[in-house]
Design a protein. Structure first.
Length: 426
């Protein structure tokens, strides 16, 4: 590839965000000026035509109906996923407080508290995502965030998908609003009479939701950049091309904005996997097949390298959301992978198992932000506050250096605060 082609591949659908920013700014401005009236206007336009202020919030009756409607086997699957996700995130929890004497009379540490409120965005599109509901809501449950709301798009009749409601209730979330896209993100960031303003918003969005987050950054914590889905399947000459082809389609079927790549230095593997991918694609429903075809011809496809080392270099350059390692000895390259939202090792750990049931969080940084962001975790909903205490002995041990540094940096009041204490606290 040329440098320009490589850059385009690296940018994914983020290349299209400029147009979305214009639309997002319009919606944000209207909601800021008109509150609930603006929200309902865009809900009618983009979510469901019969939206009203009164119908925005999911009712207790709708939760009860969802419990009755859901297939018992599906509920068992959600319960299994919930159990594993809960276990993983409980193990992430840090000490509530640590405080220690780090030198004579000098005590320092931290206390950890949950943020006051969080807004979770659960997408829908043509599918349904109770798994995303769990991945976002369980960390807020574990960290005991006092106020949690969810925005999720309904169907055209204004109904939220029942499995997502069951998952939400399982994870302790009861305040759910029937909103999608820009209007959902803007409502949670700005607050209206009906929808409370939150301190943090997180959850995967399409390019329009990502544009809204970008514009609202600074007004609210918009969490990790989680846009259109993306993956890399790393393969070598020992990889079964059928498995590589199957897993290439996993991200491709998310939609035309998704990026699914097979990266390998084996030309024979690449050719075989390409043919199998075409064959498997024919078995998909027409609309998912179309998603795969569009995605694999725009932001996705097969990248052929000169060596395994070059494949690893490309992975670290690209920084994928999902990385599946299907080479002969996946553990051997683990230390060389620096930039990936998650690393799934071996043929028995396909992306779908991590998306749903393993328990590791599947809400991951996209668009190359795996270089500096991590998966959603309990730490997204916790804040750390430094705490310190000095005895007289501790103060005396630090006062000289503190006053000298204050004077050096040009802060005379800082220095005076230290100096005068020598007399005032005698």
């Amino acid at each position: 590839m040329t440098e320009a082609e490589l850059f385009t591949l690296k940018r994914r659908a983020e290349l299209d965000i400029e147009n979305a920013l214009v639309i997002a700014q319009e919606v944000i401005t209207e909601i800021k000026l008109r509150g609930d009236d603006g929200v309902v206007e865009y809900a009618m336009k983009f979510d469901y035509p019969d939206a009203t202020v009164e119908s925005l919030k999911v009712t207790a009756e709708e939760f009860e109906k969802a419990e009755r409607e859901i297939d018992p086997e599906l509920k068992k699957a959600i319960e299994l996923a919930y159990k594993n996700i809960l276990e993983v995130h409980q193990r992430q929890m840090p000490e509530e407080m640590h405080f220690a004497e780090i030198s004579d009379g000098v005590f320092a540490g931290e206390k950890v508290t949950p943020i006051a409120s969080a807004g979770l965005y659960v997408p829908r599109g043509k599918g349904a995502f109770p798994s995303v509901m769990l991945m976002l809501a369980v960390p807020t449950q574990v960290t005991k965030v006092p106020h949690v709301i969810v925005c999720t798009p309904p169907d055209k009749q204004g109904r939220v998908e029942p499995a997502s409601l069951v998952a939400a209730k399982m994870a302790g979330v009861e305040n759910i609003y029937k909103l999608g896209g820009i209007q959902a993100i803007a409502s949670m960031a700005l607050g209206t009479k009906t929808i409370p303003k939150v301190d943090k918003i997180t959850g995967p969005c399409n390019v329009y939701g990502s544009a809204a987050k970008r514009l609202l950054y600074g007004l609210v914590d918009v969490g990790l950049p989680a846009g259109p889905s993306e993956s890399i399947i790393l393969a070598d000459e020992t990889t079964d091309p059928r498995i590589a082809a199957l897993d290439l389609l996993v991200e491709a079927e998310h939609g035309p904005e998704s990026a699914a790549l097979l990266v390998t230095h084996s030309e024979s593997l690449a050719k075989a996997a390409a043919q199998y991918a075409m064959d498997y694609m024919q078995t998909l429903p027409a609309w998912r097949k179309e998603f795969c075809e569009k995605g694999l011809s725009s932001y996705g496809g097969i990248v052929l390298t000169e060596s395994l080392e070059e494949s690893l270099d490309f992975i670290n350059y690209y920084a994928p959301e999902h990385l599946e390692v299907l080479i002969n000895d996946p553990i051997s390259v683990l230390g060389k992978i620096k930039n990936a939202g998650e690393i799934l090792l071996g043929p028995y750990t396909p992306i779908p198992t991590a998306n749903y049931c393993i328990g590791v969080n599947a809400i991951l940084p996209t668009g190359g932000f795996a270089r500096s962001y991590s998966a959603v975790s309990v730490f997204d909903f916790l804040k750390r506050t430094g705490i310190a205490y000095l005895t007289k002995q501790g103060f005396d041990s630090l006062k000289g250096a503190t006053e000298l540094l204050a004077q050096y940096e040009g802060f005379p009041a800082h220095a005076m605060s230290i100096r005068e204490r020598n007399h005032l606290l005698k």
